[in-house]
Write a protein that binds this ligand. Structure first.
Ligand SMILES: Nc1ncnc2c1ncn2[C@@H]1O[C@H](COP(=O)(O)OP(=O)(O)OP(=O)(O)O)[C@@H](O)[C@H]1O
Ligand SMILES: [Mg+2]
Length: 356
């Protein structure tokens, strides 16, 4: 059995390494290399915003107002001098946001700050100025993972990616599984939520994705096994969003199971090549939990619950996406249990009080 070189696979999935090839099939973006001083700042845990953010807020008629805990609580003019400053880099960020029409989606080489959405006033990943960018990147454990020291994967350096903001309908996003260079399966990205149009358009969805895969991805993407995400705003139009590693502990298999996908790929005939299985919910079976909504708990809350309910755990410090998803789901369950116990105790107290 061939051993996987995960770091090299990660390098292939880095945005900067596929954007050039797929520029016409993805969202307009800017790739901004991170200089060493900014990288050191991004790796630090403390959320202190660079000087340019305060300058921006005091000198300009700002479009958004931010909660800057540092500025609000501790800063005075003298301390301003101690703030880090990256004027050139911040200008590159600001220029890119402006060129993208004033609203952008930010990510590191692999991950977006989906676990830090709570820090912005709009609770959104849409960034409108440099303060939004720094706040999200500094508060995100997923992005911190992207900035960690890693030799082969980051041989082309570290980058901030700014993409033009698009309002993406959740029912139009799909995850595609490629095994041995064959597109074996497609799942709705927000599995298991129900979207009526998916059943109606199922064969067009599959044929649009297969066309894009065969024409633009299959022969140019360097890996044999991988996962890619797309969105399909309209018929005949599929946009590539992201690439990541195939397999458990790397990418959520959503409507499928990796053992099943591996088995299917191993037994597929030549006629079945690039004839993916498409799984979707055929009918609305009520509200389904969406695991992606589970992100966004500050680490302090997570730590508190791990200490109070289980004792210290090492998994909370894991920045691996799959583990983080499990951690969040477990946390939600535990919070729900705690709240239920708490509200039952409150109800019991009320009854006791009434009886006295
Ligand atoms: N340009 C954009 N504008 C608005 N939303 C976007 C944009 N690009 C991506 N998104 C949304 O953000 C989600 C996550 O994006 P992306 O896959 O790039 O980040 P990620 O960190 O790899 O997340 P995941 O682990 O969920 O794949 C997408 O599924 C999509 O809903
Ligand atoms: Mg992704």
């Amino acid at each position: 059995m061939l051993l996987r070189n995960v770091e090299l696979e990660k390098a292939a999935c880095m945005f900067v390494n596929w954007y050039g090839q797929l520029k016409k099939n993805t969202i307009k973006s800017f790739v901004i290399p991170i200089p060493d001083d900014v990288l050191a700042y991004l790796r630090q845990d403390l959320v202190i915003l660079p000087k340019e953010c305060s300058t921006l807020h005091s000198s300009e008629d700002t479009k958004t107002k931010h909660f800057n805990s540092y500025d609000d609580q501790f800063s005075d003019d003298d301390e301003d001098e101690e703030l880090p400053e990256f004027p050139e880099f911040s200008k590159k960020l600001a220029d890119a946001i402006e060129k993208l029409g004033g609203s952008a989606f930010v990510k590191g080489d692999w991950h977006c700050p989906k676990d830090a959405q709570w820090i912005t006033l709009g609770q959104s990943l849409c960034v409108k100025d440099i303060t939004d960018v720094y706040q999200l990147l500094k508060a995100s454990s997923f992005c911190k993972e992207d900035f960690a020291e890693r030799s082969p994967a980051n041989s082309s350096g570290y980058h901030i990616i700014l993409k033009k903001w698009r309002d993406i309908h959740p029912g139009s996003e799909f995850r595609c599984f490629v095994k041995n260079k064959s597109l074996v399966a497609i799942s709705p990205r927000h599995w298991p939520s129900y979207h009526e149009h998916i059943a109606v358009e199922r064969s067009d969805i599959v044929s649009d994705i297969v066309s894009l895969y065969k024409e633009k991805i299959k022969d140019s993407f360097p890996l044999k096994d991988y996962v890619f995400d797309v969105y399909r705003p309209t018929k005949d139009h599929v946009v590539v969003l992201d690439f990541y590693l195939y397999g458990k502990n790397h990418s959520d298999s959503l409507a499928f199971d990796y053992d099943q996908l591996d088995a299917e790929a191993a037994t597929a005939t030549i006629e079945e090549e690039d004839d993916p299985e498409f799984r979707y919910l055929p009918e609305d079976c009520g509200i389904q939990p969406n695991r992606r909504n589970n992100y966004g708990f500050p680490q302090d809350v997570i730590d508190m619950f791990q200490v109070t309910t289980e004792g210290p755990s090492t998994s909370s410090s894991s920045t691996n996406g799959a583990n983080a998803e499990n951690d969040s789901s477990n946390l939600i369950n535990r919070l729900m249990e705690e709240w239920q116990v708490q509200s039952k105790e409150d109800d019991d107290d009320d009854v006791d009080n009434q009886q006295q």
